[in-house]
Design a binder for this molecule. Structure first.
Ligand code: TRP
Length: 450
């Protein structure tokens, strides 16, 4: 067995893990979800989910991956021989297929918008016509599929380069760029007239909009945003070195991810309010509302370009991490060379992906349990597979791994202090399983009710 690839530095680990976490979930999904679910009130529930469930679950994925030193399936196989636990890894691979196939569609849209901004065709659209432009675009199968495939190829090129020379190298380049873009955009947004209205909307808690569904959405969103529940972080942690402080890394990644989600809201809502547009306009917020706003802003074209670049960069480091789950699995469990595994994985995912892309156009009438293909993939992954995976992961670490093994991973063999260890243990043993299981049941129930 040849030496496994690994991350080269602490910054590289952080950049890659934050790169995985920060994505369309933060910039495209989070703001509209917060907008529709009571602003600050949603934020508050979201924070609780991150701290109480997100950080401990992320730490648990790190524990499995670094101890197992394999892909998600292989790590379970190594830690729990002759058991059914490796199936959690298989579920992760299935979830990776589902997530990448709808995610790459939206990621592809960002490329279209980048090109249309540079080419000037977006600038020519009359005020108020963005909605029609977007509707026409997503109804055009050729363009959507083309951009989706371009995005898959970009992802595969990075993954094929390996952990250190592909994933780590590009994350170290792209992540600082993303933060910079976000800060520039945030300052611009705050300087707009009336921006305080937007900030108030984002942060002022409106508890009248809170229901059971809000909690469901907040947890689903927290898992999705932190890349939890399908072995992405198990896979990444298998490339960590033995000195990495797992709990602290989980905390740092969660803080960075939450910061970006909030900053994205700080970019979007002041702009929305400043131009008097209704804040809760759903997923189209980014692709219709924002371009309308950029049009009315001085130097709007420039900021529009920056914004969609930001979105594309964020999406790319995330798709890389999802593809890596499948590639690590294919290459280690079926003994394929990395490059070959990458292209096989990317090609087979693209087949499902094309179906998701077409579900806005030619396949829009195909429905599974009342949802189109795109939404069913999103729902199955985000609301069923991720929470189920997350549940099984904490149960595995809390109840099946040897406590001394878990402790030794968290403390790096006793070298680190473990002040929070008893709390962590209590959370993964009792709090997290009960909370996630409850939400999972509700989620399937509420979801199937539409
Ligand atoms: N976290 C990313 C986002 O917010 C998406 C993502 C990457 C993901 N890897 C994942 C989601 C694994 C769930 C599981 O956009």
């Amino acid at each position: 067995m040849s030496q496994r690839d690994s991350f080269g530095s602490r910054f590289g680990i952080l950049a890659a893990a934050v790169g995985s976490a920060v994505g369309l979930g933060n910039i495209w999904k989070f703001p509209y979800m917060a907008g529709e679910n009571g602003g600050g009130a949603f934020l508050l529930i979201y924070f609780v989910c991150i701290v109480l469930l997100g950080v401990p679950l992320m730490t648990s994925e790190f524990v499995i991956g670094r101890r197992g030193q394999r892909n998600a399936f292989g790590s379970f196989k190594k830690l729990a021989q002759k058991s059914h636990w490796p199936l959690v890894g298989v579920m992760g691979v299935v979830a990776a297929f589902a997530i990448l196939s709808f995610y790459s569609v939206v990621a592809g849209w960002t490329l279209e918008y980048i090109v249309a901004t540079i080419g000037g065709s977006l600038a020519k659209i009359q005020q108020g016509q963005m909605g029609d432009y977007f509707a026409n675009f997503i109804d055009n199968p050729v363009r959507i599929v083309l951009w989706q495939l371009v995005f898959m190829v970009l992802t595969a090129l990075i993954v094929a380069g390996g952990v250190k020379k592909g994933i780590e190298r590009y994350s170290k380049l792209l992540m600082p760029m993303l933060f910079l873009l976000l800060i520039v955009m945030g300052i611009r947004a705050i300087l707009l007239p009336n921006s305080a209205e937007g900030l108030k909307f984002m942060f002022y808690p409106d508890f009248s909009k809170v229901s059971v569904k809000t909690v469901l959405f907040a947890l689903g969103q927290a898992f999705f945003s932190l890349s939890l529940g399908m072995g992405t972080l198990i896979t990444y942690a298998s490339y960590f070195n033995k000195e990495e402080n797992l709990a602290r890394t989980a905390l740092n990644v969660s803080i960075a991810d939450t910061l970006v989600a909030i900053l994205a809201g700080v970019v979007i809502f002041p702009a929305v309010f400043s131009f008097g547009i209704a804040p809760s306009s759903g997923p189209s917020l980014v692709f219709i509302t924002l371009p309308e706003i950029f049009r009315q802003m001085p130097m709007g074209g420039c900021f529009q370009l920056l914004f969609f670049l930001l979105l594309a960069v964020a999406a790319l480091t995330s798709t890389v991490s999802v593809l890596e789950v499948v590639v690590a699995y294919f290459s280690e469990e079926f003994n394929l060379p990395r490059k070959k595994a990458t292209w096989i994985a990317a090609a087979s995912i693209s087949v499902v992906g094309v179906l998701a892309a077409l579900s806005f156009g030619p396949l829009k009438d195909v429905s599974i349990f009342g949802k189109n293909i795109f939404d069913s993939l999103d729902f199955t992954a985000s609301n069923v597979l991720l929470p189920l995976g997350g549940l099984l992961i904490v149960v595995f670490v809390a109840w099946f791994m040897k406590p001394t093994d878990v402790r030794s991973e968290i403390t790096n063999n006793g070298k680190l202090k473990s002040r929070f260890y008893p709390i962590y243990r209590f959370v993964i043993k009792f709090v997290a399983p009960v909370a996630i299981a409850t939400i999972l049941v509700y989620s399937i129930f509420v979801g199937s009710l539409g």
